[in-house]
Design a protein around this ligand. Structure first.
Ligand code: NAP
Length: 285
């Protein structure tokens, strides 16, 4: 069994630091197979969302794997179309049905629009009701982050945002430190960007450790204390991505990678454009 590392969240729950992301894995059947392949390789953490439209496939794989439910961490995310105290409470019940599970390990507000305060309150209630173990935020990088942090009775366990060596989120980490919130990274490999993946420092270190450039980037994330779930539907990449727990980068190597910080995001839509695109898909039952 591949080794795994865990991070203790601000509510005491232990999250596997590494997992599988299923954004853009099209449809339930493809997601089911992708998750089954990953679980067989030792993955124990899956990151999905209502908006990915593949939660049923994720839930089916968890059941079919035969692995005890409490050994697999499932994260999903609520879309703003289901924000508001009542709407979110109903949305959570529908999500539990789609996932085919009694509880969700980690539930996030996917986007910082609409009645996110009402939605957050409903997530807090779902924790008290035992439907959700941990709650958090995704893409809250404006002043709305502080608004939720102030209103929260249960502080967000995680904040999921774009984060990779070109944009390591140093400032954001400072804003959430007091609440004990930790960063989960989307685009951990820069969404596969070849410029990032082929940086000479990664090629050099890959040679030294007999690893691939992707493995060096993922190992950097682990040592930075980030939670990651790279997406891959390629069996070779799937195997390679989890094989990062048998070596360690030195402090000097971590410092060399730190120099790649260019303040460069790959996702560049502004807030107004993001809000305008919220209705691009039809929420499922
Ligand atoms: N909260 C949000 O708003 C948000 C937004 C975006 C993503 N996410 C989450 O973050 C997860 C990861 O983000 P992402 O999928 O967009 O980007 P990513 O994990 O940084 O990159 C995925 C890309 O890298 C390729 N890849 C994976 N492993 C590789 C390897 N070992 N060597 C070479 N190429 C490799 C994949 O292609 P192959 O499939 O061919 O391997 C795919 O094209 C998502 O699945 C989702 O769970 C959340």
């Amino acid at each position: 069994m591949t080794k795994q590392t865990y991070i203790t969240l601000n509510n005491g729950c232990e999250i596997p630091q590494f997992g599988l992301g299923v954004y853009m894995v099209p449809g339930d059947e493809k997601a089911r197979q992708n998750c089954l392949d990953a679980l067989a390789l030792g993955y124990r953490h899956i990151d999905t969302a209502h908006a990915y439209q593949n939660e049923r496939g994720v839930g089916a794989a968890v059941k079919e794997s035969g692995i005890p439910r409490n050994e697999i961490w499932i994260t999903s995310k609520l879309w703003p179309s289901e924000y508001g105290e009542q709407a979110t409470a109903e949305g959570i019940d529908k999500m539990l049905k789609r996932l085919g599970t009694d509880y969700i390990d980690l539930l996030l507000l996917h986007q910082q629009f609409g009645d996110y305060i009402g939605a957050y309150k409903a997530m807090e209630k779902a924790v008290l009701d035992g439907k959700v173990r941990s709650i958090g935020l995704s893409n809250f990088e404006s002043e709305r982050l502080e608004e939720v942090l102030d209103a929260a009775v249960i502080k967000p366990a995680v904040l999921q945002v774009e984060c990779h060596p070109y944009f390591p989120q140093g400032e954001l980490k400072k804003r959430i430190a007091e609440a004990g919130t930790v960063i989960e990274c989307w685009y951990p490999l820069g969404h596969g960007d070849s410029g990032l993946m082929n940086e000479p420092v990664f090629t050099e270190l890959a040679k030294k450790y007999n690893k691939t450039n992707a493995q060096i980037i993922l190992r950097w994330h682990i040592q930075e204390g980030n939670i990651i779930f790279p997406k891959s539907t390629n069996p070779e990449h799937l195997r390679e991505n989890i094989d990062i727990f048998d070596f360690a980068l030195t402090e000097d190597e971590m410092a060399q990678i730190k120099k790649l910080d260019k303040g460069q995001r790959f996702f560049t839509l502004g807030l107004a454009e993001q809000e305008a695109s919220l209705g691009a898909w039809k929420p499922e039952d």
